[in-house]
Write a protein that binds this ligand. Structure first.
Ligand code: B12
Length: 268
């Protein structure tokens, strides 16, 4: 633990007790997992108010929890009109608010119905950025994005697919709960440059491992990136041990990998 740059990765944890509490509640298994979790700690808590200040964010979250689509859409459209970075919008507003929704649901402060409503409003809000997202020209690169079998959390995967489009890649997003044999068949058919998998709940790790075994056997040269909140509970070492598989937790790091692949593709 002593080699972990805590001051850098978890800037918003104020005391060592905060850190201990987070570590306890998540049963983090390694420094790498803790570093991974820092992504969610920093994005979901604290005052990440680059796009929205605390007051604006609180108003947005209240509107989301109240099911007030128009108020949320007005706030988001205002940001899009200011030409903000869509990834920042995704992380600082959509991801952050859904993590806050999740916390309230976990504490029984809101019903499943309210959580579903907030999620469905957020899914609709993504489309406000689509005129900008799909307006550009495409590079000759493509990716398949999918949730593993039994994984129903699809917004992270959708954001990954949108990040591909933002970067001029063609993204095929298959959505939630994709059976392994169908995923393999689709990859065979499309021959993408990369595969990206999303996993949110830790109990789906066996499905992910099974998928990686099959993917490595059938497509040994296919770079496969895996991300999602499940890694806050561990598992990244196991996933990284597969050839060509790599855990990537943020959209920014994912973009860096796209750049690398573009460079290699152009050079080769
Ligand atoms: C909405 C929601 C649901 C919805 C999902 C609907 C939908 N259309 O997606 C439904 C109702 C289906 C659901 C079900 C369940 N859920 Co739920 N859910 C949520 C909630 C509130 C929001 C999820 C979300 O969209 N987040 C926002 C997205 C944008 O964040 P993200 O997925 O982390 O993605 C970001 C990054 O991780 C990254 N990323 C993600 N994937 C990838 C992939 C790559 C390659 C890369 C580079 C990056 C990347 O990019 C994104 C942007 O930064 C979360 C709370 C939370 N903390 O997220 C709980 C949460 C994920 N759910 C949870 C649970 C427990 C469940 C259930 C087990 C509940 C139950 N008892 O039935 C089931 C499991 C269903 C299943 N088999 O999958 C827990 C998971 C905890 C754990 N131990 O794993 C959470 C954290 C809630 C909590 N606080 O306890 N849920």
């Amino acid at each position: 633990m002593s080699s972990l740059p805590i001051g850098i990765v978890i800037p918003r944890l104020k005391t060592s007790q905060d850190l201990a509490a987070h570590t306890r509640c998540l049963s983090l298994q390694s420094a790498q997992d803790l570093g991974a979790h820092a992504h969610w700690v920093t994005d979901a808590e604290g005052d990440a108010d680059t796009l929205l200040n605390q007051q604006e964010y609180a108003a947005y979250l209240d509107a989301l929890l109240a099911g007030d689509y128009a108020a949320c859409a007005q706030r988001v459209q205002g940001l899009i009109d200011r030409n903000v970075d869509l990834k920042a919008l995704y992380v600082q507003v959509f991801e952050r608010s859904l993590y806050d929704v999740g916390k309230r649901w976990e504490r029984n402060e809101i019903s499943v119905a309210t959580e579903h409503l907030a999620t469905s409003i957020t899914e609709s809000l993504l489309t406000l950025g689509y005129p900008r997202l799909f307006g550009g020209t495409h590079k000759p690169f493509s990716a398949v994005v999918s949730c593993v079998a039994n994984e129903f959390h699809q917004l992270g995967g959708q954001m990954v697919a949108d990040t591909l489009e933002l970067n001029g890649w063609h993204g095929y997003f298959l959505g939630p709960n994709v059976p392994l044999k169908d995923l393999l068949g689709f990859v065979e058919d499309k021959q993408p440059d990369i595969l990206a998998l999303s996993i949110s709940v830790f109990f789906n790790m066996p499905a992910l491992t099974e998928a990686l075994e099959a993917i490595c056997a059938r497509f040994p040269a296919l770079p496969t990136f895996i991300g999602g909140q499940a890694f806050a509970w561990g598992g990244s070492d196991r996933v990284n041990s597969f050839p060509n598989a790599q855990v990537i937790l943020s959209l920014a790091d994912f973009e860096s990998r796209l750049r690398e692949i573009e460079r290699k593709g152009c050079a080769g």
